[in-house]
Ligand binder design. Structure first.
Ligand code: ITT
Length: 297
């Protein structure tokens, strides 16, 4: 007998990628599950030693379930490019190096494609893939799969999303994942397709609550924090600043520093207090400083 999820249950989102955690929390929010991330619980990040997406998804979910005593949901995902023999594949995160700079990773993919194939229209075939694993502290696991096909474009386009989104154009669409509004990406992504199978198998009995309205307000800051923690490109910083401005308009009451003087004071304090983060992509550092300006005390 497989275990079942129940309303109000606490579920660990076993990922240390802020962009993924935010997307998964958004997907789970309407089902009355209390989602906490591995980072919220200070769980260590396990080394991904398996050779398949499913193997790594299980490894991450089991590590979090055993360490926390809670059911855990992990995602192992990546970009596969046909002319690169499926690379970067399970190494998608590692192509971005220790600083997780996806502007470097995308450039590396573009260079490899140039060397082996070139960029003639309609562009090289590629797909995103996701394996979602639900694991329980007793070792039980279930894996769900999602995939989305398309082509790569270069130069990359758009400042939404994360990772390789700006260079992926899904079949039948005129915008890359980086150009789409988040809701449009969520409606068709590899992650939401895997999530749909997870939902059919594990969340069917759980009422779809209206709490998602409320969670969207609270989610606005989390969404900004996820973007600031992940962004790598100049275009992503531009989108981030636009979203920060609209957060000031709609959630200004939550800002500690809503006037320019105190905002700049907080930016300055954050820069002074932060340890040196030279290895971070500079656009990300700037985003973090601006976000700190809004709420840093
Ligand atoms: P966790 O293992 O902690 O979850 P990670 O970023 O290391 O975080 P993976 O090992 O699964 O995750 O690496 C997947 C990488 O594939 C991820 O870092 C992205 O660069 C890329 N990727 C996955 N889903 C993506 C998406 O929806 N859009 C853009 N890039 C994506």
């Amino acid at each position: 007998m497989t275990h079942n999820l129940e309303h109000g249950m606490r579920l660990v989102v076993a990922s240390h990628n802020a962009g993924k955690v935010w997307e998964i929390k958004q997907l789970i929010a309407p089902f009355g599950l209390d989602a906490v991330s591995a980072g919220d619980l200070d769980l260590p990040e396990p080394e991904e030693t398996e050779t398949t997406f499913a193997g790594n998804a299980k490894l991450k979910a089991l590590a979090a379930a055993k360490a926390s005593g809670l059911p855990a949901l992990a995602d192992d995902s990546g970009l596969e490019v046909d002319v690169l023999g499926g690379a970067p594949g399970i190494y998608s995160a590692r192509w971005a190096g220790p600083s997780k700079d996806f502007s470097l990773a995308m450039t590396k993919v573009a260079e490899e494609v140039s060397a082996r194939h070139g960029w003639a229209a309609p562009g090289p075939r590629a797909n995103f893939i996701c394996r979602l694993c639900l694991a329980w502290p007793d070792g039980q696991t279930e894996v769900f799969e999602g995939r989305v096909d398309g082509v790569l474009v270069w130069p990359a386009r758009g400042g939404n999303g994360f990772g390789y989104d700006p260079m992926f154009l899904p079949d039948g669409k005129g915008q890359t994942f980086g150009e789409m509004e988040p809701a449009e990406k969520h409606a068709m992504s590899h992650r939401s397709r895997a999530f749909a199978l997870f939902k059919a198998a594990k969340l069917e009995g759980l009422a779809h609550t209206a709490d998602c309205e409320a969670s969207h307000g609270a989610g606005a800051y989390e969404g900004l924090a996820a973007a600031a923690a992940n962004l790598s490109t100049q275009a992503e910083l531009g989108t981030f600043v636009a979203n920060l401005r609209s957060d000031l308009k709609t959630n200004g009451a939550e800002w500690e520093n809503a006037d320019l003087e105190s905002f700049l004071e907080a930016v300055q304090a954050w820069i002074t207090d932060s340890r040196t983060l030279e290895e971070e992509p500079r656009w990300r550092l700037l985003a973090k400083a601006l976000l700190a300006g809004s709420r840093y005390e």
